[in-house]
Design a protein around this ligand. Structure first.
Ligand code: ADP
Length: 259
């Protein structure tokens, strides 16, 4: 529990720091993007136009990165609503399949009567996509990627994490048959900017987003990995009902626009 507490304090500090930087950075990017838009309107020269476009692409990438950072650092307000996780995953399946590519086989093992969760749907999808992309990257020669949902109960004294209160949870696990990770990698996976991927391929922000999303939703992320065998990353999210009531997925009216 001490180690978990230390980890969460460290993430909190890193989150505050990156959040502040990302916020200011985002404002500057807006100025750059707006100026470039104005320039495209007045530019006739093809070479200048190409330069402007490449600057626009770089600014867009910067903007995506800062979005991920803001999501991680709690500066991005979440808009939680009740969702059935199976329905969320089902609605997102086509995109997940495309992300897997041709060599990786995606299997959905969705438990019947899985309970509902209160989450920000776009953040949930972003987290799932981050997990899928990592799993795919860990299987360059192909393999099996399985998404499993299920109900879980955390008892008193189970000590999964310092902040996790006992009660009903929903587990969403992403399992791959890929490279796995050495223990010293597992220890650092949630750190922002920690990546073992080539420059330009990884940002080191994927699992930071997952960590931010899950802890802000009152849950916990678990990593089980065996080198050369594969990895399972499990998101535990607090369950909101007993799984028997039909839940309206589209109803987000109680949560008016982001500020
Ligand atoms: P990125 O994917 O941009 O590197 P992440 O935060 O998503 O950033 O992941 C950090 C690192 O964790 C990866 O570079 C990789 O070394 C490791 N990792 C994450 N998921 C897996 C996985 N499923 N299998 C093997 N290694 C993984």
């Amino acid at each position: 529990a001490q180690a978990a507490l230390f980890q969460s304090q460290k993430m909190e500090a890193v989150g505050q720091l990156t959040g502040g930087v990302a916020h200011d950075f985002n404002n500057l990017l807006t100025v750059i993007v707006n100026s470039l838009d104005l320039l495209t309107r007045n530019t006739r020269d093809a070479r200048d136009m190409r330069l402007i476009e490449s600057a626009q692409r770089a600014a867009e990438r910067g903007s995506k990165l800062t979005q991920q950072l803001l999501a991680f650092s709690r500066r991005q307000p979440l808009q939680p609503a009740l969702h059935n996780p199976n329905t969320l995953i089902g609605g997102f399946e086509a995109i997940l399949r495309r992300a897997c590519g041709e060599r990786v086989k995606l299997k959905l093992a969705l438990a019947p009567r899985v309970r509902s969760i209160s989450v920000d749907a776009p953040q949930f999808e972003a987290a799932l996509l981050n997990l899928i992309v990592n799993a795919r990257d860990a299987m360059p020669d192909g393999g099996m990627l399985t998404i499993t949902t299920g109900n879980a109960t955390i008892g008193e004294n189970e000590g999964v994490s310092a902040e996790l209160s006992p009660g009903p949870y929903v587990s969403i696990a992403v399992e791959d048959t890929g490279s796995g990770m050495a223990p010293e990698v597992v220890e650092r996976v949630f750190e922002p900017f920690f990546t073992t991927k080539e420059v330009g391929k990884g940002t080191g922000l994927g699992l930071s987003q997952v960590y931010g999303f899950v802890t802000q939703s009152g849950g916990h992320v678990k990593v089980d990995s065996t080198p050369d065998r594969g990895t399972t990353i499990t998101m535990l999210l607090p369950a909101q009902d007993n799984g028997e009531e039909p839940v309206q997925d589209e109803d987000r009216t109680e949560h008016p626009g982001r500020d």
